[in-house]
Design a protein around this ligand. Structure first.
Ligand code: NAP
Ligand code: MG
Length: 488
C-alpha cells in the first residue's frame, strides 16, 4: 500500500510499505546429502558446509561436501546409466525432460523464494525470470529429444557419454537447466556441481528429477567447492566438461583437459558495451542502462558494464540515469518492491569494494545515490564512474557488481574500436532509431550476443556464448545441442 505523507498533492512523497514474499510454503531440510545414483547419499568423508543467506549472513542449512571419492561414485553411476539412457528412444527421453519442466512450474514459487534466500537476488527477478526461464529450457529441449535427426540432417548424431557440468552462483537454477536439459535430450548422463554459495535450488532440482522417475544415475548432483569441481574436471572417465564461471578458472580447465579425450565448452566472464546513439529513444535507453547493469546486482556475465554515450546526448543521459538511480530500491531480496538485492557473498562484496577503491584512486569521478543500506548482510549501492578512459582497470576488468563506467564517443568507428578494446567478447547493446546502424554494429562488434534497443533478454531458442576470453561453445537453441553430440 502507498502512504501519502503530505496532504498537498503537488508535494506528495510516496513511500512503499514492505511487501515480503511469504516463506511459509517452502521446505528446507536441516542438512542436504549428495544426489548420486538416484539416492540422497552421505558424503564418504562425512564433511558438510553451511550455505548462507547473503542478506543477513545467517546460516540457512548445511550441505554435503563431495570429495574425489564421491565424484568417482557419481561418475560410475552416470557411466552405468549411460548404456540404457542413450538406448532409449528420443520420445521416451523427452517425456522425462518434459516432466521435469512441469514439476519446476508446479513448484515455481518455492524455487523462487529459495533462489532469493540463498543467492540474494530480488524475488521479482527469481519469480519472473530465473525460474520460468529454467522451466522453459527443459520444455524447449524436451521438444528436441525426438527430433535430433532433423537438428542434424544426414549426420547421425550420437551422445558423448558422461558429462561433467560446473556452474556459478549468479543464476543457479537457470545455469543448471541450461546444462542439464540439452545433455539429457541428446542422450548423455550428467554429474553436475552447483556453486558453493548457492547449492539449494540445484538440490531442490535433484528432488524434482527424482520425482520425475528418470532412471537412477542419469543425473547426479553433487555439492562442494572448487576442489570438487577440479575432481570432476580431472576424472578420467568423463567425456565432456561444460563449465560456466570465471575466465581464471576457465583457463585452468582448458589446461587440465588439453591433451585428453574430453570435449570442452567454456562460458566465461564479460565486460559488455552498452552503446547509446543520439537518435535513440532516450528514456527507454536509460531504462535499458539500468537493466543492463543493475539486474541481479550486476552479477551477470553479459552485464552492460561499460556505457558508451554519444557526446551530444551525454549530459542528458547521465542526468536522467542519476535521477533513475535515486529511485532504485535496495534491500530485502524477498520484498516484491526491491530492485537491487544483496551481494552474493562477503568475498564478492570485497572484490566489488576493491574495484570501487581502484576506480577512485585512478582518478575517476564516482556517483552513488544517497541510499540507506541494511545493517547486516552484503550490500553495495548502485555506482557510476565518470571521467574514465580505456586504460582504467575498472573499464578493462570484470567487476561483477552494480558498477558502471561511462564514456562518450563521437563517431561510429570510434565506438566500435572502444567497445572491442577488451579481452572479453560476450555481449553488447545498441540503442538507436536506425536499423541500418544496428545491422552495421552487429557485424562489427566482437560479441556473442548483441541486443538492439533492449538488454539482458534471454530465450531458450536463442544461442548464447562468447568470443575471445569469454569462452567458446554455445548454450541455448539448436546450437546448444551440438556440444553434446558426436557424428559417426
Ligand atoms: P568461478 O569462481 O570460476 O566458479 C564457477 C564454478 O567453478 C563454481 O562452481 C566453482 O566452485 C567452480 N570452481 C572453482 N574452482 C574450480 C576449479 N579449480 N576447477 C573446477 N571448478 C572450479 O566463478 P564464479 O565466481 O562462481 O562466477 C562468476 C563468473 O562466472 C564471472 O566471471 C561470470 O562472468 C561468469 N559467468 C559466465 C557466464 C556465461 O555464460 N558466459 C554465465 C554466468 C557467469 P565454488 O563455487 O566452490 O567456487
Ligand atoms: Mg548462499
Amino acid at each position: 500500500m502507498h502512504k501519502v505523507k503530505n496532504k498537498d498533492v503537488f508535494k506528495v512523497s510516496w513511500t512503499y510499505d514492505k511487501a515480503p514474499e511469504s516463506t511459509d510454503h517452502i521446505q528446507i531440510k536441516k542438512q542436504y546429502d549428495l544426489y548420486i545414483d538416484g539416492k540422497f547419499t552421505k558424503p564418504i568423508k562425512g564433511k558438510y558446509f553451511d550455505t548462507i543467506n547473503p542478506s543477513d549472513n545467517k546460516k540457512i542449512t548445511s550441505v554435503a561436501e563431495a570429495s574425489d571419492k564421491d565424484v568417482d561414485k557419481a561418475v560410475k553411476a552416470a557411466r552405468k546409466a549411460f548404456k540404457s539412457w542413450s538406448a532409449l528412444t528420443g520420445k521416451e527421453r523427452g517425456k522425462y525432460i518434459f516432466r521435469i519442466a512441469r514439476l519446476i512450474q508446479e513448484r515455481a514459487r518455492e524455487f523462487a523464494v529459495i533462489e532469493s534466500l540463498d543467492g540474494g537476488k530480488p524475488i521479482r527477478e527469481s519469480r519472473d525470470i530465473d525460474i520460468p526461464l529454467a522451466a522453459n529450457h527443459f520444455f524447449y529441449y524436451a521438444g528436441w529429444a525426438d527430433k535430433l535427426t532433423y537438428a542434424f540432417p544426414n549426420r547421425n548424431p550420437k551422445p558423448l557419454g558422461v558429462v561433467g557440468q560446473i556452474i556459478p552462483w549468479n543464476f543457479p537454477l537457470l545455469m543448471a537447466s541450461w546444462k542439464i536439459a540439452p545433455a539429457l535430450a541428446t542422450g548423455n548422463t550428467v554429474v553436475l556441481k552447483p556453486a558453493e554459495t548457492t547449492p539449494l535450488t540445484a538440490l531442490k532440482l535433484a528432488e524434482i528429477i527424482h520425482e520425475s522417475g528418470i532412471p537412477k544415475g542419469v543425473v547426479n548432483i553433487i555439492t562442494g567447492a572448487g576442489e570438487t569441481g577440479a575432481a570432476i574436471v580431472n576424472h578420467p572417465d568423463i567425456d565432456k566438461i561444460a563449465f560456466t564461471g570465471s575466465t581464471g578458472v576457465g583457463k585452468y580447465i582448458l589446461n587440465a583437459t588439453a591433451g585428453t579425450h574430453k570435449k570442452l565448452t567454456l562460458e566465461l566472464g564479460g565486460k559488455g558495451a552498452n552503446i547509446i546513439f543520439e537518435d535513440a529513444a532516450i528514456d527507454q535507453a536509460v531504462e535499458g542502462i539500468v537493466n543492463a547493469i543493475f539486474f541481479n546486482q550486476g552479477h551477470v556475465c553479459c552485464a552492460g558494464s561499460r556505457l558508451f554515450v554519444q557526446e551530444s546526448v551525454a549530459d542528458l543521459v547521465i542526468k536522467k540515469l542519476k535521477d533513475r538511480m535515486k529511485r532504485l530500491i535496495i534491500g530485502d531480496p524477498l520484498d516484491k518492491n526491491t530492485d537491487i538485492g544483496a551481494i552474493n557473498s562477503k568475498k564478492q562484496l570485497q572484490t566489488i569494494e576493491k574495484y570501487i577503491k581502484i576506480g577512485i584512486n585512478e582518478g575517476s569521478e564516482i556517483y552513488q545515490p544517497k541510499c540507506k543500506l541494511p545493517k547486516h548482510g552484503n550490500w553495495c549501492a548502485p555506482t557510476l564512474f565518470l571521467n574514465v578512459s580505456q586504460s582504467h582497470r575498472i573499464v578493462q576488468e570484470e567487476i561483477f557488481g552494480p558498477v558502471l563506467t561511462v564514456q562518450t564517443f563521437r563517431t561510429i568507428d570510434e565506438v566500435i574500436e572502444k567497445a572491442n578494446n577488451t579481452p572479453y567478447g560476450l555481449s553488447a547493446g545498441v540503442w538507436t532509431d536506425k536499423g541500418s546502424k544496428i545491422f552495421h554494429l552487429t557485424q562489427k562488434l566482437d560479441a556473442g550476443i548483441v541486443w538492439a534497443n533492449t538488454f539482458n533478454k534471454f530465450d531458450p531458442t536463442s544461442p548464447f556464448g562468447g568470443y575471445k576470453e569469454s569462452g567458446f561453445g554455445r548454450e541455448g537453441g539448436l546450437h546448444g545441442l551440438k556440444p553434446y553430440v558426436k557424428f559417426e
